[in-house]
Design a protein around this ligand. Structure first.
Ligand SMILES: [Zn+2]
Length: 201
């Protein structure tokens, strides 16, 4: 067994994170290994703490403390139950909250339909979405999905399902660059995209 196996395993784990390529993961792993009492120690503690105390909200999918499920966004009585904003993952909820424009509820799909990666409809939270819409309070679903081909296909699929149920569907409109992620968008651009959302037919 090579003495660098642990380092390689760390790099392989880091490379599974969104936005981290293999080379970046290797550089991170080496930087951590070079600084065992600094960043590595803090990161080890932080990882343990997150694992022990943070979970996904059972309703919207956003991050929440273990003992607070549903999360504060789902339980906030000041928010509008009639507008449901559908995103791919919780990082998009964080970005939309930073934008400060949206006061409705959220639903994270936890992915998108991606045949290339073997991800079908069953792998994302579509059934949960339909159940929420079926509760009858939602009068508009905003699809705040990313702007790549798979996200477009996912949006079309969802729009058809929701339209069949008589729920108007809008999608964020202008301002978002093609191929970009909602989670990476700046607050001003996102706020404009929300205001300019368009109905999906
Ligand atoms: Zn929630």
């Amino acid at each position: 067994m090579s003495s660098l196996d642990a380092l390689n395993r760390l790099a392989a784990s880091l490379a599974k994170l969104p936005g981290v390529g293999r080379k970046s993961a290797e550089r991170m792993a080496i930087a951590l290994a070079r600084d065992p009492t600094g960043v590595l120690a803090a990161l080890t503690r932080a990882l343990q703490e997150v694992g022990d105390t943070i979970r996904s909200c059972g309703r919207c999918g956003y991050m929440t403390p273990h003992d607070q499920d549903p999360c504060r966004l789902c339980t906030d009585s000041q928010r509008d139950d009639s507008v449901l904003c559908v995103v791919e993952d919780p990082s998009a909820i964080a970005a939309l909250e930073r934008a400060g424009e949206f006061r409705g509820r959220y639903h994270a799909l936890m992915g998108k339909i991606s045949p290339m990666n073997g991800e079908g409809v069953d792998g994302i939270r579509v059934q949960d979405l339909l159940e929420r819409v079926g509760e009858g309070e939602v009068t508009e679903v905003i699809l705040a999905l990313d702007t790549d081909v798979e996200s477009d296909a996912t949006a079309s699929f969802l729009a058809e399902l929701l339209n069949e149920r008589g729920v108007p569907v809008t999608r964020l409109a202008f301002g978002l660059p093609a191929g970009s992620g909602i989670g990476y968008s700046d607050p001003v651009t996102l706020a404009r995209a929300l205001k300019g959302r368009q109905q999906v037919i």
